[in-house]
Design a protein around this ligand. Structure first.
Ligand code: ADP
Length: 265
């Protein structure tokens, strides 16, 4: 609520009255504030890798390029920063597509069990850390009406975090189960966890628990915000449970109708 006061005063200085105009900070103003914050965040996120690159390139230009040891390392940093900016811009485009009015989903009836297994297999084959995978999935085919690319992206974002924050020798557990009219999916890791008061914030755009650390890990701070938009666009929900020092579980649901499924069996 915002208040504007005007004092009604005669030429003699005598105060006749005061008009107070109270008005709600309207929905439009809220959107404007959010938009300004978003633009400030994006600018900051882009400036950080750019200034890093500038200083490394300056050092190279001033002679470091002739140093056999330093030059490859500096080039590697500028490459990593470039990759991060590409990821960031791709994530931003993804978000802006979803924000647009004519955002449409491309849904199909998909067997979630086999989709989930394929995504897990892909991570299993390409992961570089020593982390083991455990699958506790509903064994039979479970058909859900989803946009396969979007839900694959949701799984990618969640699983890549689970791996990023997993300790050496840790385990990532995948589950699916039926819960009322939903399919419940979870990905659990044994990583450092998230402080209790921060757990809900991780789905906000650009929110990071530990800025320096997650930057180092190459994150954009948008992965879970994108996941949330996509899950909600399907009529599902996404949330996290976490215990510091023990690990984190990300859950999400997708509408599931067992009656519909009869058509497939
Ligand atoms: P980022 O690209 O930084 O990983 P995300 O939106 O995917 O962005 O995640 C937001 C923040 O939530 C991360 O920076 C991290 O602090 C925290 N986070 C997400 N997943 C996990 C996890 N599995 N374990 C611990 N912290 C996590």
């Amino acid at each position: 609520l915002r208040a504007n006061f005007s004092v009604i005063q005669k030429e003699t200085g005598f105060v006749n009255g005061v008009i107070a105009v109270l008005h709600d900070v309207t929905e439009q103003e809220k959107i404007d504030i959010e938009r300004r914050e978003f633009v400030a965040n994006v600018s900051h996120e882009l400036r950080t890798p750019l200034t890093t690159m500038r200083s490394y390139l300056e050092a190279l230009a001033e002679g470091a390029w002739q140093d056999d040891e330093i030059a490859p390392r500096f080039l590697e940093v500028t490459q990593e920063e470039t990759e991060r900016m590409i990821r960031l811009v791709n994530d931003l485009l993804q978000l802006s597509k979803m924000d647009s009015k004519d955002y449409r989903m491309n849904t199909d009836w998909i067997n979630f069990t086999s989709l989930f297994n394929r995504v897990i297999d892909r991570f299993d084959l390409s992961k570089s850390q020593n982390v083991s995978f455990k699958r506790l999935l509903i064994e039979e085919a479970v058909f859900v009406e989803i946009d396969q690319d979007k839900i694959t992206q949701v799984l990618d974002n969640i699983i890549s975090n689970a791996l990023k924050y997993s300790p050496e020798g840790g385990q990532v557990t995948f589950t699916t189960s039926y819960k009322d009219e939903f399919l419940l999916i979870s990905v659990k890791d044994e990583g450092m966890g998230i402080p209790r008061d921060k757990v809900e914030k991780i789905f906000e755009r650009f929110y990071r628990v530990d800025k320096a650390r997650t930057r180092q890990l190459g994150g954009t701070g948008l992965g879970l915000a994108i996941a949330r938009e996509m899950v909600e666009a399907h009529g599902g929900r996404i949330w996290a449970e976490s215990e510091e020092g023990k690990g984190t579980t990300i859950y999400f649901t997708l509408p599931y109708d067992p009656a519909q499924e009869d058509e497939w069996t």
